[in-house]
Write a protein that binds this ligand. Structure first.
Ligand SMILES: Cc1ncc(C[n+]2csc(CCOP(=O)(O)OP(=O)(O)O)c2C)c(N)n1
Ligand code: SF4
Length: 288
């Protein structure tokens, strides 16, 4: 019989710092869905004997998404804004057996950290990056992000956004690292499957997860109701196979293309580095 004072348990508790709960995310925020699916993927691979969570180094930048590093039970780092990717590079260079994972917002990764994003992809550097794209700077109150759709309202564009957004996934796709995918919190199981696949690969692995911020982004576009914003996102998410970058759309009014766009097994940065610098004996310790 469950005693009233007993805390209810959850299957993911082993991967969470439950003493840090409740979390800070607003009701209806999509970040929790993205994080939960990531944790399910880790749990399943752990139980299948394919992944050692003790080797994970979970790095975030600054933002609502970045707060995830405080809640998960891995070695974690809440790095300066935009710098989670170079932090992950340092981790892997210092100890090639570790598994660096970057989990951060679109502002953090595609704006202030955009340079790192491009060059880590170019190097096919060994890490998994999960960019949670809520199309706004959530934590700081809804300023325009580089991912904010054209013409929508934000704190800093009260008459509408005069700019066109960057499609970070299309940029990464054009650089052609080992794995490139875009998922959406409207299809949670697919996030889990995609993370599972990417976690077992080598080189640079990129997963954008489209998310909802009803509190800030939604409020500015008159969709403060979480379900309304969720339904609006679901309407534009289209899963497709793509033949070229031209097939990848990022249009809030018609289509945001989702799917696994690149999946290959090219030599990773660490493989090249260790082989070329006389450290071949260390290749065996490389975790994905
Ligand atoms: C160097 C620096 N510049 C600006 C900020 C202010 N700042 C904190 S979070 C943030 C944007 C967060 O947006 P995003 O990465 O999309 O994350 P979200 O909060 O939407 O999850 C900004 C500009 C900062 N912390 N450090
Ligand atoms: S402000 Fe937006 S992104 Fe941040 S926790 Fe609230 S709903 Fe989520």
């Amino acid at each position: 019989m469950v005693m009233l004072e007993e805390k209810p348990s959850h299957p993911l508790d082993a991967y969470m710092r439950t003493d840090r709960l409740p979390h800070i995310w607003c009701p209806g925020c999509g970040i929790g869905i993205a994080l939960q699916q990531f944790l399910w993927a880790v749990k399943e691979l752990h139980e299948e004997g394919k992944l050692d969570p003790n080797k994970i180094v979970f790095a975030t930048g600054i933002g609502c998404t970045g707060r995830a590093s405080g809640f998960v039970k891995f070695d974690t780092a809440h790095t300066p804004h935009g710098r989670a990717i170079p932090f992950a590079v340092g981790v892997k260079l210092a100890n090639p057996s570790l598994i660096p994972i970057v989990f951060s917002g679109d502002g953090d990764i595609a704006s202030i950290g955009g340079n790192h994003m491009m060059h880590a992809a170019r190097r096919n550097f060994d890490m998994l990056v999960i960019m949670v794209n809520n199309m706004t700077y959530g934590l700081t109150g809804g300023q325009l992000a580089p991912t904010t759709p054209h013409s929508v309202y934000s704190t800093t564009t009260p008459m509408g956004n005069p700019e066109s957004p960057i499609d970070a996934t299309k940029v990464v796709y054009s650089i052609s690292p080992n794995f490139v995918a875009r998922m959406s919190i409207t299809h949670p199981n697919l996030i889990r499957d995609t993370v599972k696949k990417a976690l077992l690969m080598k080189g640079f692995r990129w997963i954008e997860v489209l998310s909802t911020c009803p509190e800030i982004f939604g409020r500015h576009i008159n969709m403060r109701d979480p379900y309304e914003l969720y339904s609006r996102l679901k309407k534009v998410v289209k899963f497709k196979k793509v033949a070229s970058a031209n097939d990848i759309k990022y249009d809030w009014n018609s289509e945001i293309t989702c799917g696994v766009f690149t999946e290959k097994n090219d030599p990773s940065y660490m493989e090249n580095y260790l082989s070329m610098y006389g450290l071949k004996e260390k290749l065996g310790v490389l975790s994905p």
